[in-house]
Design a protein around this ligand. Structure first.
Ligand SMILES: Nc1ncnc2c1ncn2[C@@H]1O[C@H](COP(=O)(O)OP(=O)(O)OP(=O)(O)O)[C@@H](O)[C@H]1O
Length: 366
């Protein structure tokens, strides 16, 4: 939505595209007879613009802290939207509405005060738009509409890798569990606890460090939470799709394979001996990249936490053992090298090492 030159007068505040910082603001200092604009940028630079569509009007009354709904912007064009997101971001206001859509900007730091039970309780009492933009408000609207109209609701979370989809989804699930939860019966985990604990399990087997995100989900997921007429959670189902399978056999620097492999290598000694794993540097599927450790992550603790989460979601210890046997066997398979066999067109394990890994994989697969 470019402002035409006729609307721009000398003194108008404008935005100009910039190859480095996307947009720079300035003011028009002169308009020539042939409609060329001289713009003095806030950087002090002076430029002459011949193409009027390159100039976008800037709101001189834009509030310093921005607006919490983009539809209230005087100019809803790219520089206006970005300026609003940026001003809010500088005040740790990472959420902004565009009508009923929530835009989340990744803060890349923990903001725990935004996600407490008290905050959830506040959103429970409020109408949409009364409080600051928040995933809880989106979850609340969906929940209310479901209860009042008895129609299933969907919330779509999208964005590029590292944008914060997984974190936002967790916040949505946390709020729905808060609204639809009920006290767990003696010794049994409640459904909402199981729903929330499914995240660490999925992340262990489906997340990996990529260039853009240390905890990147390498799959899509459809989370279904079922409620009864009174709005209490009765069940849940999670469907995953399009796992990036090629990562299992091929990883490039500075990325990592799936978290579960490194966790298993760091398992307590009796378990790592059972699965014949240990140092991740010994496995071809892991040592193709030089990255083994993640900042602030203790893999041995992650292993125990994953097993605990598996307990909570109802995966029996036999099934857990079967799962980790497969994970270990994959690592051993990756270490088998072949050489030409004595028969025509045949091959055989290259040496004793390869034979060891082949036999171990077979044992683990049972
Ligand atoms: N609301 C938030 N508060 C604090 N940190 C956040 C928030 N959102 C994202 N982050 C940080 O950014 C990282 C990446 O976010 P997240 O994993 O949610 O991205 P994603 O969109 O799911 O990425 P991918 O598509 O790669 O899985 C998180 O691990 C976390 O460190």
């Amino acid at each position: 939505m470019a402002a035409s030159v006729s609307k721009v007068i000398v003194g108008s505040q404008v935005w100009l595209e910039d190859p480095e910082v996307a947009w720079v603001d300035g003011h028009v200092s002169e308009i020539s007879d042939d409609q060329k604009l001289t713009v003095v940028l806030s950087t002090g630079k002076q430029v002459v613009v011949t193409n009027a569509s390159a100039v976008h009007a800037k709101d001189p009354e834009f509030p310093e802290n921005g607006v919490d709904d983009m539809t209230r912007l005087a100019y809803l064009h790219e520089p206006g939207v970005l300026q609003n997101l940026k001003s809010r971001y500088h005040h740790d206001q990472i959420y902004t509405y565009t009508g009923s859509i929530l835009i989340a900007v990744n803060p890349f730091k923990r903001l725990p005060h935004l996600y407490t039970t008290d905050v959830m309780a506040d959103y429970k009492q409020a109408l949409f738009g009364e409080l600051s933009p928040h995933p809880y408000a989106i979850a609340h609207t969906a929940y209310r509409q479901m209860v009042n109209q008895e129609i299933s609701q969907s919330i779509l979370v999208s964005g590029e890798s590292g944008a914060g989809k997984t974190e936002s989804t967790k916040n949505l699930m946390q709020y729905l569990a808060f609204m639809g939860g009920r006290p767990s019966s003696e010794g049994k985990r409640s459904v909402e606890q199981q729903v929330l604990e499914s995240n660490p399990v999925l992340e262990a087997f489906g997340n990996a460090k990529t260039v853009r995100n240390n905890n990147s989900s390498r799959f899509g997921k459809f989370v279904e939470i079922q409620f009864n007429e009174s709005g209490t959670i009765t069940g849940a189902a999670i469907r995953t799709y399009l796992l990036e399978r090629s990562r299992v056999c091929q990883v490039s620097d500075p990325e990592r394979n799936y978290h579960c492999f490194y966790m298993l290598c760091a398992a307590p000694p009796e378990e790592s001996e059972k699965y014949k794993v240990g140092n991740p540097r010994k496995f071809h599927y892991l040592n193709q990249s030089n990255f083994y450790e993640l900042n602030g992550v203790d893999e041995s603790k992650e292993y125990l936490a994953t097993k605990k989460a598996m307990d909570v979601v109802g995966i029996s210890s036999d099934d857990q053992d079967a799962i980790f046997r497969v994970v270990a066997a994959i690592l051993h398979l990756g270490n088998i090298e072949f050489t030409k066999g004595s028969e025509p067109d045949s091959s055989q394990p290259k040496d004793d090492q390869s034979r060891f890994h082949l036999e171990t994989a077979a044992e683990l697969f049972m």
